[in-house]
Design a protein around this ligand. Structure first.
Ligand SMILES: [Zn+2]
Length: 75
């Protein structure tokens, strides 16, 4: 989605033109949001993604231990 180019200011003070919901600061490489209210939305979304990611990693570790490591150890 393309937005109207707008001046956004990063928390480090760097100001640049952005036409996306979220772009990256060229100076400190942190996320800069087109609309201030998007900050919390993206933060919650990131937490959700991290939670799902951790659940998947835990599940894969469990499957690995159950199916691969245990038979190998019992030989
Ligand atoms: Zn910055």
């Amino acid at each position: 989605m393309t937005l109207k180019p707008k001046q956004v200011t990063c928390q480090c003070g760097h100001t640049f033109t952005s036409s996306r919901d979220r772009s990256w600061c060229e100076r400190c490489a942190s996320a800069v949001y087109y609309r201030d209210k998007d900050k919390s939305k993206f933060k919650h979304y990131n937490m959700y993604v991290v939670g799902v990611f951790l659940a998947v990693i835990t599940f894969l570790t469990y499957v690995f231990l159950e199916l691969i490591a245990t038979p190998l150890l019992s030989i």
